[in-house]
Design a protein around this ligand. Structure first.
Ligand code: TXA
Ligand code: MG
Length: 322
């Protein structure tokens, strides 16, 4: 039974944030904005609450969650920082960087957040609503993107309401998320920095501190979110399109986009703007019922790496991956 009159969406004022914090302490689920995408949050120390996240998203339990914290001091209660990890946190937190670090035994986090790995992904978000919520709840918050598993990440509260509405106790509406693409995930293998997921912090920025980042070891899915098919709209996708074919809608990029382009990720060719628009525009074109979304080429530098990563996954055969 759907009752559209009991929409759990609330404007993220201080009263609503207080209620959301209370719900989290009671082991319930709250969706909230971060600077990247909306997250589906629960108390990271409470196994049943964390399990409810997996159930709401229909997420495979082999895919671990990011734990959101107030600052590096709080993160250090749960994970062991190397000097390089400390430097990254000092430089980029709060912000769109997730660090995968060794889990401290007996740290109090639910084992489910690590999905059986001996590491935990930690991130300190800069969005004021997320920061206030974490502080007020007084808890580390486990939060994946607030979408059904394998689908496009939500950049508006309405996206969460549409797809997960009845499975979430409260959705804090903080408007569109400013960066629009998920955090960059960095881990370490034998002490060497590894780019697990390109994201809203450009590789070049991270490499200024770490030196060259490696790719995850071939054949080992050390960051399970890197399954091939992910971020999928309902339509098929055709990438690096330069012309429009039958039964396609064109997603443009830059000033050279043809007039037939239904939408343009960034008319001026700005990659930050394109990242911010990516998921919302894919959703909008999907809603038009097109058979295929054709996307113009996007340069690979800066945030282009993360955009092209999400596009490639959106275009991958459905159900691909382990
Ligand atoms: O921007 C973001 O990161 C958003 C907001 C809500 O913070 N969250 C997000 O979470 O994108 P999610 O669950 O959709 O993606 C988390 C990624 C996945 O690729 C997951 O496999 C990886 O981080 N990850 C989490 N814990 C890990 C771990 N211990 N080791 C390796 N990868 C991990
Ligand atoms: Mg996700």
């Amino acid at each position: 039974m759907t009752d559209l009159n009991v929409s759990p969406v609330r404007t993220a004022d201080s009263e609503a944030i207080g209620e959301a914090a209370q719900l989290l302490r009671e082991g319930r689920l709250v969706a909230f904005p971060t600077e990247t995408v909306y997250g589906l949050g629960a108390d990271a120390t409470y196994g049943r609450a964390v399990a409810a996240i997996f159930a709401a998203k229909a997420r495979p339990q082999i895919n671990p969650l990011i734990v959101h914290v107030r600052n590096a001091e709080q993160a250090a209660e749960y994970v062991a920082f190397s000097p390089m990890a400390e430097e990254l946190a000092a430089r980029f937190w709060p912000g769109p960087l997730t660090l995968v670090l060794p889990r401290i035994e007996g740290c109090g986090l639910s084992l489910l957040v690590s999905a059986g790995l001996d590491t935990v992904a930690v991130r300190c978000p800069s969005h004021p609503v997320a920061a206030d919520l974490i502080a007020e709840a007084g808890l580390p918050i486990a939060a994946p993107s607030a979408n059904p598993s394998g689908r496009l990440s939500p950049t508006h509260a309405g996206h969460v309401a549409e797809e997960l509405g009845r499975r979430v106790d409260l959705i804090l509406d903080g408007g569109p998320t400013p960066l629009g693409i998920e955090s960059t995930v960095i881990g370490f293998a034998a002490g060497r920095p590894v780019l697990f997921r390109p994201g809203a912090l450009a590789r070049e920025e991270v490499e200024r501190i770490t030196g060259p980042l490696s790719a995850p070891t071939l054949g080992i899915v050390s960051s399970p979110g890197q399954l091939a098919s992910h971020y999928a709209p309902h339509a098929h996708m055709r990438l690096r399109a330069r012309e429009l074919r039958d039964d396609e809608v064109l997603l443009g990029f830059g000033p050279s986009a043809p007039r037939e382009a239904a939408l343009n990720l960034s008319p001026s060719g700005d990659l930050a703007e394109a990242a911010a628009n990516l998921f919302a525009m894919l959703r909008a074109l999907d809603a038009k019922g097109a058979g295929t979304i054709a996307v113009m080429p996007i340069p690979q530098d800066g945030l282009g790496e993360a955009i092209n990563d999400r596009l490639a996954r959106a275009a991958a055969p459905r159900g691909a991956g382990p």
